[in-house]
Ligand binder design. Structure first.
Ligand code: SF4
Ligand code: MG
Length: 323
């Protein structure tokens, strides 16, 4: 069994503060029934507009929250409802690279302290060994020893993200959630960081959940891609299959916004403009969540929620149009 992680019908609802003062408590359904599997050494891309629940899915898997429902089977063990103490050894095997390398590094800590912090939390190295480990990690992400005593503000965005990556790798994780790790970076250095993440994956045997807001960012790094809308996956497939046999109308709309490098194709390609608003994650529609914006929506779509199902070839889609 080569599966590292299996998420089954994961739900993460947050209590909405408006529920107080005698009113009925409402829930924000940030993650509302997400299921997928990741094999060891694989990268899964998770894509969707901001607020669709992709980061919350990542945080829930890492058990930064206790999920409302569902299973998170990590290396054979369901960790979804474990207590903080019980989840500790699993948490150590999962790390996160954050979107904003400016906000995610404490400006008052040196690079050495930042990278050393997870080593201290998990009591991994001490004294001279700890220092050597920090130098080794800096070297792994292409930064010299001389960077250790400096502060984040002395670095460029790309260098800061390297520090964030070194911090994530400090405890030798198996699984890394990369939460939009290149979105805040200059276009000219995005490819460098992606290439580095790929090299590290190969040399360290890492498994990634790579979160991004647009499909072009995940195509080359992911073996499989999931598309999220309003807390749920609407489509999930092997990368080439998803890009070439796109089935869900929402994925098609996202796909049409991906810049085309071939000018012959880009001239004929018209972006699909989505009309209408994303419904509130509190009052989610009874039918298809995408119905208010879908150009193909029928009466049935407004009344009945389509099931997320395998239509062959491990290609999953939630749409009544796809039979
Ligand atoms: Fe559009 Fe209906 Fe398919 Fe939903 S189920 S994506 S509304 S066609
Ligand atoms: Mg996010």
């Amino acid at each position: 069994n080569n599966t590292l992680l299996e998420v089954k019908d994961l739900k993460m609802y947050f209590e909405n503060k408006k529920g107080f003062l005698g009113k009925k408590i409402e829930y924000v359904k940030a993650v509302d029934g997400v299921s997928f599997k990741i094999q060891k050494g694989e990268t899964i891309g998770l894509v969707g507009e901001s607020g669709c629940g992709k980061s919350t899915t990542g945080y829930s898997i890492m058990r930064l929250y206790k999920p409302t429902a569902g299973e998170i089977i990590f290396d054979g063990k369901d960790i979804a409802q474990l207590s903080a103490a019980e989840v500790w050894p699993y948490r150590k095997r999962m790390q996160m690279i954050f979107q904003d390398p400016y906000a995610s590094l404490n400006p008052r800590m040196t690079v050495s302290d930042i990278i050393g912090e997870p080593l201290d939390i998990y009591h991994l190295y001490e004294g001279k060994e700890r220092q050597e480990r920090i130098y080794e990690l800096l070297n792994t992400v292409g930064l010299g020893k001389d960077h250790a005593s400096r502060y984040p503000h002395e670095f460029s965005g790309g260098q800061r993200q390297r520090v964030g990556i070194a911090r994530a790798l400090a405890v030798n994780p198996d699984f890394v959630v990369c939460d939009e790790p290149i979105s805040a970076l200059d276009v000219s250095i995005q490819a460098q960081v992606v290439n580095m993440l790929e090299d590290l994956q190969a040399s360290l045997g890492l498994t990634y959940l790579f979160i991004a807001h647009d499909l072009s960012m995940v195509r080359h790094i992911s073996q499989k891609v999931g598309v999220m809308y309003l807390g749920s996956l609407v489509e999930f497939a092997e990368t080439e299959e998803l890009y070439e046999q796109t089935l869900h109308p929402y994925t098609k709309a996202l796909m049409s916004a991906v810049p085309e490098l071939d000018p012959a194709i880009s001239k004929t390609k018209k972006p699909v403009m989505l009309q209408g608003d994303v419904p509130s994650p509190i009052d989610t529609p009874v039918g298809c969540k995408f119905a208010s914006r879908c150009p193909y929506a029928t009466k049935r779509c407004h009344e009945e929620r389509p099931i997320f199902r395998n239509v062959g070839n491990e290609h999953y889609v939630a749409c009544h149009l796809v039979e």
